[in-house]
Design a protein around this ligand. Structure first.
Ligand SMILES: [Zn+2]
Length: 127
């Protein structure tokens, strides 16, 4: 297994969601992840990050989940909420760690996507 760690901004169109209204507009409710191996795009909603991530439920193959958990335990992200998925096109297991926040003058809240971790088999990687 080969763990790849990248900034969320390298994989997602948008990495910040919030209830704030900026210039009269709310931030997008959606973001797309682009699989680095096959180019498949997977759409997520703000709700996925706000409601599902804090439950920290993994749906990855157990080997990949263990590898990523071990990686997270060595980094500062061990306790952060996360969302897991497997690419529907090429089966690349991946996880994004997120950071929820709340506060500000208007009691705003939101979530920020921090780091994407992908877990590839050592052989047969994309160039
Ligand atoms: Zn893929």
């Amino acid at each position: 297994m080969l763990i790849t760690q990248v900034e969320a901004a390298e994989r997602f169109d948008s990495v910040a969601f919030s209830s704030e209204i900026i210039d009269g507009r709310t931030t997008s409710m959606y973001t797309c992840y682009r699989c680095p191996r096959c180019g498949e795009r997977i759409q997520f909603t703000r709700r996925d990050f706000e409601e599902r991530a804090p439950r920290r439920l993994s749906n990855l193959p157990s080997e990949a989940a263990l590898e990523i958990d071990a990686w997270a335990a060595r980094s500062a992200l061990g306790d952060a909420p996360f969302l897991d998925w497997v690419c529907p096109a090429c089966s690349l297991p991946a996880r994004v760690y997120v950071q929820p926040w709340a506060g500000g003058r208007h009691g705003d809240h939101g979530v920020k996507l921090l780091t994407v971790v992908e877990c590839a088999q050592e052989q047969g990687q994309a160039p």
